[in-house]
Design a protein around this ligand. Structure first.
Ligand code: BES
Ligand code: ZN
Ligand code: MG
Length: 501
């Protein structure tokens, strides 16, 4: 694990093994770097030239030297040009922190120091830059290695000191505390998501949520099949019925008072999605352990909120089920009735996420009188086609809510892109035999949007937004600090969104 500490000492007084320098394109030597030139490498500028290091994006370079008789490493990482929009420059900054943490791991640097660049270039203040650095360093440090034997692990304790001349010690300490919480909760979400279906059944997920709640002062409750049936949750039950593992309807509550706004977060928790009797082909089924990443994001975001304790009521709802084919599972053509009395024809049992979310949205509105509801789900393969892996799709009828979410996304790094909810698409989910069909009819395409329209039927009056994270929840290529498995998408976004209320 990596620990992040704020240091008020001048760079060279920190006495560490690794010194990091983030340099923009066309940089000149700072006074701190001049010391390397004086003590170790009189021809430092020429060395940079020989190695073609110009501070360009994705360039990095290491030199070994001595400092006060000890062997130390100097790392130079390119920040690039810093001349695009602030949110792009900030995202690139996060990736340089990713490179930094990879270097710490690769060269086994137990102690290191980084003097943060001036925050002016990033459109944010120095405290926010410190916060982003700490969150990202935790994310870059994450490994899913519980099931590897010791010789295959690379996880020793390391310390990174951060320096920023215009931050005082006490504000730094507050920001660091909050950033530590957020970074660790992002990694908690990733751990839940990375756990495979045999290790994270709905019951195990509920246990882990309960355990987390007991440490953070959140109220935890859960119910299973029988109560879901009594409540008329025909959508939840239709998916749950096919599995030997009983589904769990998980609820976490951070309640402050009746005089502050209430946010409800709803996350899809399909612990494994085989498709049900509309079975997925094998190569599409691999990775379907990640189909509970919406629930993972909601549970971990509540974990962060439980620690940070903002003056907002936040409720997290995670319907958790396993979508399996069996002698008891739902069939194509089945007709089901949801908690609000609406009916749907099951055209395909693989469109199961919207069935469990439908009842969860009804439950949220009925029980919490919320000011806003946001759901998050690995809902459609179509979303991966439309947006790929870098942007989460957001859909809502409420444009001011979209704006708030998009800006929370740009700052936090969980970036969003809006897709339309428009009446033109509504006919796509009409059924001949029920109120709705759970699949959009193929001539309309736009599977991500038609799924959004399906969900819209289950929110009556509350401002609501739907997030499709099918492309962003796992296996994002080319973003070093997200590594190779789950990304924990949604946690940073939700914490930022809630804090801004
Ligand atoms: N869990 C999948 C969506 C998914 C696909 C997430 C690929 C991540 C990567 C969802 O339950 C599903 O199977 N959706 C179907 C819906 C269709 C049958 C209308 C899909 O997208 O094909
Ligand atoms: Zn699914
Ligand atoms: Mg499915």
């Amino acid at each position: 694990m990596i620990s992040l500490k704020f240091s008020t000492k001048p760079l060279w007084d920190n006495k560490v093994e690794g010194y990091f320098f983030l340099l923009n394109e066309g940089f000149s030597l700072s006074s701190d770097m001049n010391k390397i030139k004086e003590d170790c490498y009189p021809k430092l500028e020429e060395i940079f030239k020989r190695h073609k290091f110009e501070g360009k994006k994705d360039q990095s370079f290491v030199l070994t030297g001595t400092y006060e008789g000890e062997l130390v490493q100097f790392f130079f990482i390119g920040l690039g040009k810093l001349n695009t929009s602030w949110e792009n420059v900030l995202e690139h900054f996060r990736r340089t922190i990713g490179t930094l943490v990879s270097s710490i791991k690769k060269y086994e640097i137990n102690t290191s120091v980084l003097s943060l660049p001036s925050s002016d270039n990033f459109g944010i203040d120095s405290l926010e830059l410190l916060k982003q650095s700490v969150i990202t360093a935790h994310m870059a440090d994450y490994e899913f290695s519980d099931f590897k034997s010791a010789e295959n692990k690379n996880d020793t304790d390391k310390i990174l000191y951060l320096i920023s001349p215009d931050i005082d010690d006490s504000s730094a300490r507050d920001v660091l505390k909050e950033a530590d919480i957020i970074g660790k909760q992002v990694n908690f979400a990733r751990h839940l998501d990375d756990l495979p279906g045999n290790m994270l059944t709905p019951k195990k997920l509920a246990e882990k949520a309960k355990d987390m709640a007991s440490k953070t002062g959140l109220k935890f409750s859960v119910f299973g099949r029988d109560k879901a049936e009594k409540l008329g949750m025909g959508g939840f039950c239709a998916v749950d019925i096919g599995s030997e593992e009983e589904g769990q309807f998980i609820v976490l509550e951070h309640k402050v008072s009746n005089n502050v706004p209430t946010v409800v977060l709803v996350g899809k928790g399909v612990t494994f999605d085989t498709g049900g009797i509309s079975l997925k082909p094998a190569n599409y089924m691999t990775g379907m352990k990640y189909d509970m990443s919406g629930a993972g994001a909601v549970i971990a975001a509540l974990g962060a909120i439980g620690h940070i304790k903002p003056n907002v009521n936040v409720i997290g709802i995670a319907p958790a089920v396993e979508n399996m084919p069996s002698g008891k599972c739902s069939r194509q053509d089945d007709i089901i009735t949801f908690m609000n009395g609406k009916t749907a024809e099951i055209a395909n049992t693989d469109a199961e996420g919207r069935l469990i979310l439908a009842d969860a949205l009804c439950y949220a509105e009925k029980n919490y009188n919320p000011d806003v509801i946001i759901d998050i789900a690995t809902l459609t393969g179509a979303c991966v086609v439309a947006l790929g892996h870098f942007f989460t799709a957001v859909m809502s009828r409420d444009n001011s809510l979209v704006e708030k979410l998009v800006s929370a996304g740009n700052l936090s790094g969980d970036r969003l892109w809006q897709m339309p909810l428009h009446d033109d698409y509504k006919v796509a989910i009409k059924s001949k035999v029920a109120d709705l069909s759970n699949c959009g009819s193929p001539e309309y395409s736009a599977g991500t949007i038609t799924a959004g329209h399906f969900l819209e039927n289950f929110v009556e009056k509350t401002p609501w937004a739907h997030l499709d994270i099918a492309g962003t929840a796992d296996r994002v290529p080319g973003v070093n600090f997200l590594r190779s498995g789950a990304t924990g998408v949604g946690v940073r976004l939700f914490v930022e969104f809630v804090k801004n209320i």
